[in-house]
Design a binder for this molecule. Sequence first.
Ligand SMILES: C[S@@+](CC[C@H](N)C(=O)[O-])C[C@H]1O[C@@H](n2cnc3c(N)ncnc32)[C@H](O)[C@@H]1O
Length: 421
Amino acid sequence: MTFEIAPQKLIYGGDALGYRDGRAVFVPRVLPRERVEAEVVRVAKGIVHARPLRILEPSPDRIEPPCPYFGHCGGCHYQHFGPQRQAEVKQEILRETLRRTGKINWEKSIVLHTAQPQNYRNQAQFKVGRTPEGLLEIGFFEAYSHRVFPVESCLLLSDKLNQVLREFRRERWASLLEGCTEIELFADQCDDHTAVILRGMLTKGESVANEILSSIPGVASVAVEAGSGLQVVGEPHLTYSVGEFGYRVRPGSFFQVSRFLLPKLVDAVIGPVHGESALDLFAGVGLFTLPMARSFGTVIGVEASRSAAADLAANAKAHAFTNVRTVEAGAQDFLRRFAQVGVDLVVLDPPRAGVGASVLKLLVGVQPKRIHYVSCSPPTLARDLGFLVAHGYEPESVEMFDFFPHTYHLEALVRLVRRAV
Ligand SMILES: C[S@@+](CC[C@H](N)C(=O)[O-])C[C@H]1O[C@@H](n2cnc3c(N)ncnc32)[C@H](O)[C@@H]1O
């Protein structure tokens, strides 16, 4: 069924929101105040999800998408308007999410950080499929589907990642990569060296890993996922430098995927704050822990993943920090055992699910003087901030790092201070 709609605003998730017969309608790839002909795709939880058929009256913000795959490939949501406007829209979405979900009326400015909107990704997860003739298809999932949409290159990826993708598209890999369903790539900060992870039920795991290592320029290591473990051929880890620190990152350890704004994020998280003690509760390989070690007497980096915790400990050692303690544990287990009260700074940088009430309850018991919360998910950030504000913390600044131009994703930093009692 087709209908006409004039969406009111863009919402978190990439769609525009409009109303029809009193019902909320979500439409992708359209802009506020455009007049659009759309068709219903599905109705879920009272929301009509529609697909745009024709733009009857375009917004002055509308541009020709720079990528020919836009609308087919599921990777991008925002190529129909320019990067500067995208960042402003995300700023507005962040502010509104804080207000609606966290009941935080942030009326001051949200500091905006932007960078080059293309070639910014240092990591990619390519889905691998096959044509009925058995040819390899490497790309991303189509929007709202698990069908592989093959791509020749992607404008979000660094040059090196596109170069390695081109290599994998050669015919010879069709038989070698039998059983492979995903290829993950990670390039270092110079875009010189790449680590590869192969996933699926590979029939020739180790030999194909060696073949990739010897024949694709710049590949430093190849890991083959086998059960819950990884078999690595080549370098055991890649080193990624941010500012003055080089971080060892093993296959399987988390590292940030957007390259240009990382030094700014690190500076903003730590800023001029210093003191006796600090905690980095979702520490990864130590992106924030190491620079924190220069400003605090002791820093404890807490990390749940065994691989990332091992990298964190090695990174602290390689930089000769004797004031860093690595704890391989979940944040909740760690805080249950942590007896100190009044640490100077706690950095939180959780996965998308956020920190959650059970960890936050323990955290407020520790009475940190400051909490700097880094988030890739406005809804869970807002929920957690609501809790912290209700338990004695006040936001001091809100910043938005446009880590992911052309998508609805964003990275936010909120610095909070403990109110005087
Ligand atoms: C978004 S990453 C941030 C890592 C690091 N701060 C950085 O910027 O590179 C979140 C990290 O938290 C870890 N993690 C997930 N759940 C955790 C938990 N319950 N407790 C501690 N760490 C956890 C993940 O393994 C991952 O390394």
